[in-house]
Design a protein around this ligand. Structure first.
Ligand code: TYM
Length: 336
């Protein structure tokens, strides 16, 4: 709790260009919570997480800045929500180190994302990649978050966060709030448009597999037109038709409609018309975001002020928790 308000925290890695999956699984839900006066929200641009995979420094900087603009363009008001860069708040890696000493190798070994990523980057299986969930736990626990809105793929990381926090609390008393995950009803796992058995990902080598948030309308329409479906020829919401199911999920996540409503609306429609309808809907959803993004691009001074103010605000709360943790563990306080 902060000032009697519940705390919400989430974030994205500043790697590549964020996708429609990131938007529908996370960002769109964050915007929804941003309007609630009873919740204090923190949203990080998780640049420390990004270097678990080798990054070009110039690109990393550009991606991180762009992500800040996209958060704001999507509707997160930086005067109400604390939008910060993880690398501006040193308490994150400091708490992560401490929590590393309360986390077991066996726990990290079980993480499916570690297994997937180390298979994908076999030439760079670094220890940062291995302990990545501990840094994520620190991100969350530093702000005493009650609620963490994420897509389905982050649930395992959230569970380990709860385990680490519970373990720490059982040794030292009530230090950390135990966070709950929040996964939206639709959009929690948006799949690749080219292989609907795989999740839509920023790092997919096939650019047609993902819709990127700054794709223009023609590109969006073209990618949906090429989306892989099946030869059944009927619009149904079932696992045997993952491509069609994914298009319905995307449509529902954007419009807020239920599966029943959508199936009724699409009754008798062919796949071509379905793809066109979904493409139009997504393009219309992203158009105002893209227009705001363009405006913000020219507003350097405003963005710099936001970066500075919000880093100070995030640090204030994070340092408070870190001081408490250090004291509990037994470190000597620095004389003031
Ligand atoms: P990241 O950067 O991979 O993804 C950001 C958010 O987008 C969601 N997401 C998806 N949702 C639906 N369909 C998809 N295809 C899809 N792809 C991604 C993710 O679930 C996530 O919510 N480790 C995190 C970043 C992080 C974090 C945190 C999140 C670091 N510290 C603290 C919450 C709290 C990550 O790599 O997300």
């Amino acid at each position: 709790m902060i000032d009697g308000k519940k705390v919400m925290l989430s974030g994205m890695q500043s790697t590549g260009m964020i996708t429609l999956g990131n938007y529908l699984g996370a960002l769109k839900n964050w915007v929804h919570f941003g309007d609630d006066e009873d919740i204090k929200c923190f949203y990080g641009i998780m640049d420390l997480h990004s270097i678990t995979v080798r990054q070009d420094p110039k690109e990393l900087r550009a991606n991180a800045k762009r992500l800040m603009l996209l958060y704001i363009a999507a509707g997160l008001d930086p005067e109400k929500n604390c939008l910060f860069f993880q690398s501006h708040v040193p308490a994150h890696p400091q708490l992560a180190w401490i929590l590393n000493c309360y986390t077991y190798m066996g726990e990290m070994n079980r993480m499916t994302q570690f297994k997937d990523k180390s298979a994908k980057h076999a030439d760079n299986i670094n220890t940062g990649l291995f302990t990545y969930p501990v840094l994520m736990a620190a991100d969350i626990l530093l702000y005493q978050a009650d609620l963490v809105p994420v897509g389905k793929d982050q649930i395992q990381h959230l569970e380990i966060t709860r385990d680490i926090a519970t373990r720490f609390n059982s040794i030292y008393g009530d230090v950390f709030t135990i966070p709950e995950g929040y996964v939206g009803e639709s959009g929690a796992k948006i799949m690749s448009l080219q292989d609907p058995t795989k999740k839509m990902s920023k790092s997919d080598e096939n650019p047609n597999a993902s819709i990127f948030l700054l794709d223009d309308k023609d590109t969006i329409m073209r990618k949906f037109k090429r989306a892989v479906t099946d030869s059944e020829g009927c619009i149904a919401y079932r696992d045997e038709q993952p491509g069609v199911k994914n298009l319905i999920d995307i449509y529902n996540a954007v419009t807020g409609k239920s599966v029943v409503e959508t199936l009724k609306e699409f009754e008798g429609m062919g796949y071509g018309a379905l793809k066109e309808r979904v493409g139009e809907t997504v393009a219309a959803e992203l158009e105002p975001l893209q227009a705001r993004y363009k405006e913000l691009e020219g507003n350097k001074d405003y963005i710099e002020r936001i970066m500075k103010d919000n880093a100070a605000q995030a640090s204030y709360y994070a340092e408070k928790t870190l001081r408490k943790v250090k004291k509990k563990v037994g470190f000597i306080e620095m004389p003031r």
